[in-house]
Structures are given as C-alpha cells and as structure tokens.
Design a binder for this molecule. Structure first.
Ligand code: ZN
Length: 239
C-alpha cells in the first residue's frame, strides 16, 4: 500500500467509527434513559421537600404533645392540692377549681391543635410514601432501560472497539508529520481529510480544479493539496 492508500483506508475507518458512534448515540434507549434521569432528578427534589415537610410536621406534633403534657401536669398539681385537704378556705378552693377548669379548657384546645397537626403529619407521611414509590418505580425502569441499552449497544460497542483497533494499526503505517496533518484536517473538515484527484475533480470537495493546477498536481507527488478545499489530495499515477 502506498501512503495515499493508507490515508484513504484510515479515513474510511474513521468514518466507519463515526457512523457506529452516531448509531450508538442515537439508540432510542439512550434518549429514554436521559429523559428518565431528568424526571428522577425532579422527583428527588419533590422527595426532599416532602421529607422536610414531614420532619417539620412531626416536630410540631411532638411540641404540641409536650404542651398538652405540661398543662396536664399543672392540672394534676392543682388537683393534688384540692385533694390533700390542706386548702380549707372556701374562697381559695373556689379559685383552685376555677383554675383547674381553665387549665382543662386550655388542654382541650391544645389537644384539638395536636390532632390537626397529627393529620398534617399523616398527610406528609402519605406524600413521602407516594414519592418514594414513584422513585423506586422510576429507578427500576432506569435499570431495565440500561439493560436494554447494553444489549442493543453492546454489539455496536464491540464493533467500535474493533474499528478503533484497526484504525490504530493503520495509523502506525503513516509517517508522523503526515498523520498529524491528517488529524488536523479531520478535526477542521468534518472528518473528511482526504480527497482523490479524479480527472480534474477533487473527490472531497467535488469541485473542479483549474486545468493548469490539475495538471501540475497530476504530474507531482502522490500526496498533494487540493487548491480548493486545502485537504490532502491523493494523486494516482495515470489518474
Ligand atoms: Zn478539494
């Protein structure tokens, strides 16, 4: 193989790698996984909010329970005074009874508030459970999509690995400066770094080269440069 043949073979190999990589990128499972991960991120955000709400509601329930218990302790203390018989003055007893009644009313109010808060906490717990179920379902779906992607993509990945290995073997056959020139052009010219001179046409840019320049290319070395697209142009003897 001449250097020109090697260059053209290298380009074919690189184009095959690009096609296989594109096919891998465009597998519908990949798109679905990306979309699902986006959705999972959103659900995780909702889960965090639901958990924070539940923590707050539980803290409020526990504070309300403490308030009820502390009022109950006061009631117990006042009742103990009444029952002890140490308070004999009827006016004082009446005051104590009134205070106990007021405390009992206060306790009723606090207990109602506590119940309301408990309902909120229960609703929060249910929301946390719903969001966690949605997350679990989404993650299971993600795992099965990844399996499908691996199965369908596996063949392509094997093909890409084989093509890349072949590509490396081909590349070693080129002198370093020519390979570097090829790589620079490949990066700047959408993967097409090399054309062939066919008559007066460059096969890469499909543009006719003025007769005089085409003639001097044809008479020159195998590796030239297209005067139109500046890519490497392979000139075959007798072309
Ligand atoms: Zn050209």
């Amino acid at each position: 193989m001449t250097e020109g043949d090697v260059l053209l073979a290298l380009m074919e190999q690189d184009l095959a790698i690009a096609r296989a990589t594109k096919a891998l990128d465009e597998l519908p499972e990949k798109k679905a996984i990306i979309q699902l991960r986006q959705r999972l991120k959103e659900i995780e955000g909702v889960a965090e909010k639901a958990a924070a709400y539940l923590r707050k509601a539980n803290a409020m329930v526990s504070r309300a329970a403490d308030d009820v218990a502390s009022v109950q302790a006061k009631i117990d203390a006042e009742q103990a005074k009444v029952l002890s018989g140490s308070v004999t003055d009827s006016k004082e007893l009446q005051n104590l009874t009134r205070e106990i009644e007021a405390l009992a009313r206060r306790k009723d109010t606090l207990e109602r508030e506590e119940l309301g808060l408990m309902e909120k906490a229960e609703a929060g717990e249910a929301q946390v459970a719903r969001v966690q179920a949605a997350l679990a379902e989404g993650r299971a779906k993600e795992a099965s999509l990844i399996e499908e992607y691996k199965a369908r993509g596996g063949e392509l990945q094997t093909e890409i690995a084989r093509l890349k290995a072949g590509r490396e073997a081909i590349a070693t056959r080129l002198p370093q400066p020519l390979l570097a020139r090829y790589e620079t052009l490949r990066a700047s010219k959408n993967g097409i770094a090399v054309g062939e001179l066919k008559g007066s046409l460059c096969t890469a840019c499909r543009t006719a080269i003025p007769a005089g320049e085409a003639q001097s290319l044809a008479a020159g070395p195998e590796i030239g440069e297209c005067p139109n697209c500046r890519r490497i142009i392979v000139v075959r003897q007798g072309a």
